[in-house]
Ligand binder design. Structure first.
Ligand code: UD1
Length: 432
């Protein structure tokens, strides 16, 4: 008799197995915003007092940021959905490459380190799956505030020359409204000498959230959420206790989960103004939306084709482009999606095609002819949002879909399958 070896659970490539075609119903709870929490955590470097953040999502990226701050000497304590950081013991200006390498958001440390210590050495964040992601605007802005910046051997070294090592306020005009650069420069400017004006600033809600925290710490900031942000530097910032905004991208993903399964779901908390363009496109596609305080109920029967282009806020967010494409792959008629923010963010098209989607590509534009039903298949999520898009497609598909690429999914969605299973999905995690 021949015995076939059965791979142990740990040898199975981590994957989600989705049994598709089920209707969903019930309530879905949205966690705190990953992109806000990461930058808010970096702001603890600006103060000698403690910072307490609430509504922090339990994600691997948050844990990685905590490790980076701890490596700089910050005292970090985490529990439930809160995190406490004590910047008094900050004693290093250079986060180690091994930690930084795993997390792009680690570059956020450069602004506050420079503001507080007058020196920072941070490895360049690498490119990532969705595009090159330069830091030109960050560096240009730090120089405008008086820092000397050099980039050598993959490390950005910044120092404030002269006695006192204090940045000085300046006028910065950004060539493109980069979210990360706006946030970096805000954190650099809050302790600078004099007034800073950031023009063509990003308008994203996470920028406004950062301003909210910094103001709670004693910073003087006007205009966050508009293209011109004015910051008057102060001598020191104190501690604060602050709640992170709800994650608009997770909320949007849940609304799309309802739409793609033609179900009714109640998603909360949602701040409708954070999702304006997405809600408009969902309604244009035929979904019914009803807001009740911070809860949003969505129901969908027929979904029609719509066209969309990704744009900086308040335009349609690039982070929901892939999940929205999964929905449109099942719509009546032909939709057109154009990705304008990142140069390589359509890799999910090939995976959706494996599931029977009819999509034609031309440059950064996808023409999506809706099909009656997607069919389950083994697929790979190539980045965080593409992985979520695959799970959504799997929820609607006939048969079994196996989604790999969970190392991305777990970076941005807290207990994704647990939340979806609680409203009627059938998703099992294997391996990992
Ligand atoms: C943030 C979000 C990310 C989201 C993106 C766009 C975080 C942690 N991540 O990323 O989820 O997809 O905003 O909404 O908040 N650019 C330049 N020069 C620069 C900087 C950026 O040309 O110096 C370009 C980029 O190549 C990209 C575009 O600007 O094409 C947007 O990038 P940016 O707004 O900086 O995105 P991130 O802050 O990296």
């Amino acid at each position: 008799m021949t015995l076939t070896a059965v791979p142990s659970q740990s040898l199975v490539t981590p994957q989600l197995e989705i049994s598709g075609g089920r209707r969903l119903s019930g309530d879905l709870r949205v966690s705190g915003a990953k992109n806000s929490a990461l930058v808010l955590m970096a702001a603890c470097l600006l103060s000698e007092d403690g910072l307490r953040l609430r509504n922090v999502p339990p994600l691997t990226d948050i844990a990685a940021m905590g490790e980076i701050l701890a490596a700089l000497g910050v005292g970090v304590r985490r529990g439930g959905d809160w995190i406490e950081m004590d910047g008094r013991t900050l004693n290093k200006s250079a986060p180690p490459y091994e930690l930084v390498n795993s997390l792009r958001a680690s570059f956020f440390c450069i602004g506050p380190l420079l503001a507080r210590l007058g020196v920072a050495r941070v490895p360049l964040p690498g490119g990532c799956q969705i595009g090159t992601r330069p830091v030109v605007e960050h560096v240009k802005g730090l120089k405008a505030l008086g820092a000397q910046v050099t980039i050598e051997h993959g490390v950005v070294s910044a120092v404030v020359p002269g006695r006192g090592h204090r940045l000085s306020g300046g006028r910065i005009h950004m060539d493109c409204p980069s979210v990360g650069a706006t946030e970096t420069l805000m954190m650099a400017a809050v302790l600078a000498d004099g007034e800073t004006v950031i023009e063509n600033a990003a308008l994203e809600p996470e920028v406004v959230d950062l301003a909210g925290l910094l103001i709670a710490m004693g910073a003087r900031i006007r205009g966050a959420g508009t293209p011109s942000i004015t910051i008057v530097g102060v001598d020191r910032l104190h501690g604060a206790d602050y709640a992170v905004i709800p994650d608009r991208i997770e909320a949007g993903t849940f609304l799309l989960a309802a739409a793609i399964t033609r179900s009714t779901l109640r998603v909360s908390p949602v701040i409708p103004e954070h999702l304006g363009a997405v809600l408009t496109k969902l309604e244009e596609a035929g979904a019914l939306l009803e807001a009740d305080g911070t809860a949003m109920t969505i129901s969908a029967e027929t979904i029609n084709a719509v066209d969309l282009r990704t744009q900086p806020f308040p335009g349609f967010p690039t982070d929901l482009q892939a999940p929205f494409m999964s929905l449109l792959a099942t719509a009546k008629g032909t939709s057109v999606i154009t990705e304008n923010i990142f140069e390589n963010r359509l890799q999910h098209v090939a995976e959706l095609q494996r599931m029977g989607a009819a999509i034609r590509m031309q440059g950064n534009t996808a023409f999506i002819e809706g099909v009656h039903r997607l069919s389950g298949a083994p697929v790979q999520g190539s980045d965080l949002r593409a992985s979520a898009a695959m799970v959504l497609a799997g929820l609607a598909a006939e048969g079994i879909t196996r989604v790999q690429g969970l190392e991305y999914l777990d970076r941005g969605y807290a207990d994704f399958e647990g939340k979806l299973n609680a409203v009627g999905a059938s998703i099992r995690r294997h391996g990992g």
